[in-house]
Structures are given as structure tokens and as C-alpha cells.
Write a new protein. Structure first.
Length: 180
């Protein structure tokens, strides 16, 4: 693990099997932040760390080889998972790297942590000879998350909806970024 010397610029390190709790902490903190602002459509109201499906997902991410952390000192302040596209999005028409998760510590909002992790995802794609980076995100409420990805160099392509039995449908947006 690299240790950061400048508190404004996070270092990056790969994640591993012991890191599922750190992913869940970041998700729990982000969910609480969203709930406090009345934005419950994205991840609901309950902590990820109490949801067996999300716990299993975090375990899979931690053991899957695509987990990266942004670190301030020895504290994870952001997580990125890259790999294959999820089943609920339209398939790519060319080889790609897919961003499965991007979450940051809201205590460091505005510090560029999410952008730094997306830049790393682009580097990983280029290293693999891929010219396409895709991500999907919550497209509900006021569309602020979609606009944030656009500011990061992504272009919206395919809107989609995930049907959830007994709950409101989840509106999503696929975004792409072409890599030189």
C-alpha cells in the first residue's frame, strides 16, 4: 500500500478479500448522506451492511480482482470496482471495461476523489488495450448524478429501468467514455 503525503491527493491501492467491510462502510456512509438529503431513490434507506444481498456483493467485489481504494493516509475514502457489465444494462458493442461501483466518503466531497478513481479506471482500460469505459448510475430525482458523470467526460447513451418487486422501479442511465 502506498502512503499519501499530501492530504489533498489520495493514493490508490488495490483491494482484496479483507476489504469488504471497508466497501460496506463507504456504502453505509453514502446512503446515510443521501437519506439525510431526502434522496432515497438511489440506494434506499437501509445500510448496505445490514442487507444480505449487498454484503454478498461487497464480498464478491473484494475477491473479484477489480476493487481499488482511494486512500487518505490509511483510511479508505473511495472505492472503485471495475469488471464486466451488469446484467441489467444493454451489452456493449465492443470490448470494454465497466465501472461496477464508484463510491466516495462524503466527508471529503469536492476533493476530486471520484474523478481520481475514474481516471484510474481509464488507465486500467488503456493498459488492457480497451478504448471504451462504461458506467451506469441512478438517473432519478433531479439527474444530478448523470450530470456529474458528464463533467467527468462521460456521454449518456442508454437509459434503462430495473424493475423491483414490491418497490418502485429504479431509473438508470448508461454512460460511455471513449479513451484515446
Amino acid at each position: 500500500m502506498s502512503v499519501m503525503t499530501d492530504q489533498r491527493s489520495p493514493s490508490l491501492r488495490p483491494g482484496g478479500p479483507a476489504d469488504a467491510p471497508a466497501v460496506l462502510r463507504l456504502l453505509d456512509d453514502a446512503t446515510a448522506w443521501l437519506v439525510a438529503r431526502g434522496r432515497t431513490g438511489q440506494w434506499g434507506t437501509e445500510p448496505a451492511s445490514t442487507d444480505p444481498r449487498r454484503i454478498g456483493q461487497a464480498d464478491a467485489w473484494a475477491t473479484g480482482g477489480g476493487l481499488w481504494f482511494a486512500m487518505l493516509g490509511d483510511r479508505p475514502v473511495g472505492a472503485l470496482v471495475v469488471g464486466e457489465a451488469t446484467d441489467y444494462v444493454p451489452p456493449a458493442t465492443e470490448p470494454e471495461l465497466y465501472v461496477n461501483l464508484l463510491v466516495t466518503d462524503r466527508a471529503h466531497q469536492g476533493a476530486g476523489i471520484g474523478g481520481r478513481l475514474l481516471a484510474h479506471a481509464a488507465e486500467l482500460a488503456r493498459e488492457r488495450g480497451l478504448g471504451l469505459l462504461r458506467v451506469d448510475c441512478y438517473a432519478g430525482d433531479d439527474g444530478a448524478l448523470v450530470r456529474w458523470y458528464e463533467r467527468q467526460g462521460f456521454t449518456p447513451t442508454d437509459p434503462f429501468t430495473v424493475e423491483r418487486p414490491g418497490r418502485d422501479p429504479w431509473p438508470g442511465q448508461v454512460l460511455v467514455r471513449r479513451l484515446p
